[in-house]
Ligand binder design. Structure first.
Ligand SMILES: Nc1ncnc2c1ncn2[C@@H]1O[C@H](COP(=O)(O)OP(=O)(O)OP(=O)(O)O)[C@@H](O)[C@H]1O
Ligand SMILES: [Mg+2]
Length: 251
């Protein structure tokens, strides 16, 4: 029987007088690869920010493995096992690709990378970092300065940094935004392969419907701050309401 890993309950968020989310409810099962879609300004990123601790909900709860994490600091949320990728700002542009991943692994292990860190331990961390780089297809870029990576590869590095935190749930906000069709295809393949290999839960926001319907087990549709539909891709793509408010012109 599937267990839920994340449960969003009656989530509300307003910024001043602007009600952005109004009573959002859903459950993510353990090991699920699912998506959130909806028009611009629907509140998708805000929902992610509430789950990852960047914002505090006005009302409602976010249960992760049974514990309410709403209002927790982002570092606590990460420690509990939720990581978010595609915040390119999390990359240190002047450090090499390998150094970036090393820093992430060391921080996950709550160890300071200073002079007292035994060389043997650092060797072990470097080996882990190289494995991670291999898994995202960046092994040959290990020594390159991160800031000079192509857009698609910066996003791969961002995934590696998120994975270094050993998440149980990986959240991806528009993983293919700004990519060429070729980079898009490669990124989707990567995300799907990592999901199959790591057997973690993944929740992603995406505007490309080929991707959404191609890889999601479940699709949730957010519109003006409320969840208007939820179900398998075949059901959602035929849902009248969803076609009317979002898919209409795209399919
Ligand atoms: N920090 C903030 N302060 C004030 N308003 C905000 C803040 N963050 C988001 N909003 C507002 O919340 C609404 C939803 O924004 P959000 O970024 O969550 O939408 P989205 O569904 O991710 O859109 P997109 O598809 O364009 O990324 C918008 O009207 C936005 O202006
Ligand atoms: Mg957004």
């Amino acid at each position: 029987m599937a267990h839920s890993i994340l449960e969003v309950k009656d989530l509300h968020k307003s910024f001043g007088g602007n009600q952005v989310l109004s009573g959002v409810n859903f459950v993510v099962e353990e090991g699920e690869l699912s998506s959130i879609i909806g028009p611009n300004g629907a509140g998708k990123t805000t929902l992610f920010n509430l789950i990852t601790g960047l914002h505090v909900p006005t009302r409602g709860a976010v249960y992760f493995q049974g514990k309410n994490i709403a209002g927790c600091q982002p570092y606590e949320v990460v420690r509990r096992g939720i990581a978010k990728a595609f915040q390119i700002t999390s990359i240190f542009p002047r450090l090499s690709v390998l150094e970036n991943v090393t820093v992430a692994i060391v921080s996950q292990q709550k160890r300071n990378a200073n002079l007292v860190t035994p060389v043997a331990k650092l060797k072990e961390v470097h080996a882990q970092a190289r494995l991670l780089l291999e898994s995202v297809g960046l092994a040959d870029k290990a020594d390159q300065q991160s800031g000079t990576l192509a857009h698609g590869n910066q996003k791969r590095l961002d995934i590696a940094l998120a994975l270094a935190l050993k998440p149980k749930l990986l959240m991806l906000d528009e993983p293919t935004a700004g990519m060429s069709p070729e980079e898009r295809r490669a990124t989707v393949e990567l995300v799907q392969r990592l999901w199959e290999q790591l057997k973690i839960s993944m929740l992603f926001i995406e505007h490309d419907m080929d991707i959404v319907f191609g890889i999601s087990q479940k699709v949730r549709v957010l519109c003006y701050g409320t969840l208007i539909a939820e179900g398998p891709p075949a059901e959602i793509s035929k849902n009248k309401k969803v076609i009317e408010v979002y898919l209409g012109e795209e399919l």
